[in-house]
Unconditional design. Structure first.
Length: 383
């Protein structure tokens, strides 16, 4: 019997919103002004265009909070207490989820980089070995910080490095620290998000965006949210109010981030983490039923890892095809978004299927090897 609880439809939708913002953001960046110069530009408010097109970075921080929440919640449901974490099982589960698809994607990236394909090949300050080695050791951020922006197709790996470095140390802290001290450490890390970002000069663009500790601060917000949710489950009325409050916080940052930065003491990232955490507590308590009109969004949320690692293949191909057909004109840029998102989901679904088949084959092979060894032991001279 599986120990994994049923999926939460609302949390999947929240992840779907986050990955949709990431994909659209990466589609918008090559066009600089993605929709404003297009034929639809005069009909869409600029603030709405900016909110949809340029919040991929903020969406990644939403992912960090959701990741910390879900992983901590599963640990609590399985072990009852973080002090009883099974290190081997935890690391093995992370490896099974992260490594197979990562290896497939890195293989394709390496091939295209070796063929010197634009946006895949390393810059003069980088090497293919450096990109590949740093991606495999989750030191990609350090490498990119030293050598400059990575090729667009590789650049998404920065957030994976932050997550995996955090999850190497997190279970060790759970076992080593008493619960009150663990909470103090996590709270200190969560509250230090803005001071940690302020330590890096804005002029150092790469490191300012991709430093490890601010991203880990967002994951700590998710862990603390899970610990709160373990002890407090609001009733339906309070959960709805909490979900509305969380949605308001996130919408405020995404839609009016410039005003939050200017008038609310640059607190946008705190608002994003608090808002995401509030919605997670509400969705876990309320557990909304699936809604047919949002199934596509929930599906994107369930595929968020596959989408995140693979969508740049579609994005870069879409941009190249558009420019080959229409040149520098941006009049028709609006037509690429829906097909590109659909194609990205299609690729993610295909990768999910491939990974499941490969995992199934590997599992059967391991069982077969174990059975062969058992049979050999049964007929060995020692018996």
């Amino acid at each position: 019997m599986s120990l994994r609880p049923p999926r939460n439809f609302a949390i999947d939708c929240l992840r779907g919103v986050a990955i949709l913002l990431v994909v659209v953001h990466h589609l918008a960046l090559p066009f600089r002004l993605p929709l404003a110069p297009s034929l639809l530009g005069p009909w869409i408010p600029k603030r709405l265009i900016d909110a949809v097109s340029f919040n991929g970075y903020e969406a990644v921080f939403m992912f960090f909070v959701i990741s910390g929440f879900l992983i901590t919640t599963r640990l609590l449901e399985r072990h009852g207490d973080l002090r009883r974490v099974d290190l081997g099982a935890f690391y093995l589960a992370r490896a099974r989820r992260i490594v197979p698809l990562l290896l497939v994607v890195l293989s394709v990236l390496t091939l295209l980089a070796a063929l010197d394909v634009p946006d895949f090949a390393p810059s003069s300050a980088q090497s293919l070995g450096g990109l590949l080695g740093s991606a495999l050791t989750f030191t990609f951020n350090w490498y990119e910080g030293r050598t400059g922006w990575a090729p667009a197709a590789w650049d998404v790996l920065w957030s994976l490095s932050i997550e995996e470095v955090f999850y190497v140390s997190f279970p060790l802290l759970c076992l080593a620290l008493p619960r009150p001290l663990l909470i103090v450490v996590l709270a200190a890390l969560a509250l230090s998000l803005l001071p940690l970002r302020a330590l890096v000069p804005v002029s150092d663009e790469v490191w300012w965006e991709k430093a490890y500790l601010p991203g880990m601060s967002a994951i700590a917000w998710g862990v603390l949210t899970a610990l709160v949710a373990q002890r407090w489950r609001p009733g339906p009325r309070d959960a709805r109010a909490l979900a509305l409050f969380g949605g308001f916080c996130v919408l405020l940052v995404i839609g009016w981030g410039d005003l939050v930065h200017r008038h609310l003491f640059k607190s946008g990232m705190y608002g994003l983490c608090v808002g995401t955490g509030a919605m997670l507590i509400a969705f876990r308590a309320l557990v909304p039923s699936p809604h047919g009109a949002l199934n596509w969004l929930a599906r994107m949320g369930r595929l968020s890892y596959e989408l995140y690692l693979s969508h740049m293949f579609v994005v870069l191909g879409t941009v190249a095809l558009y420019r080959a057909l229409l040149g520098p004109s941006q009049a028709w840029t609006f037509v690429v978004y829906v097909p590109a998102v659909i194609a990205s989901v299609g690729l993610a679904v295909a990768l999910e299927g491939v990974m499941k088949r490969l995992t199934g084959l590997a599992t059967r092979a391991m069982r077969g090897t174990w059975q062969t060894r058992t049979d050999a032991a049964d007929i060995s001279p020692g018996n």
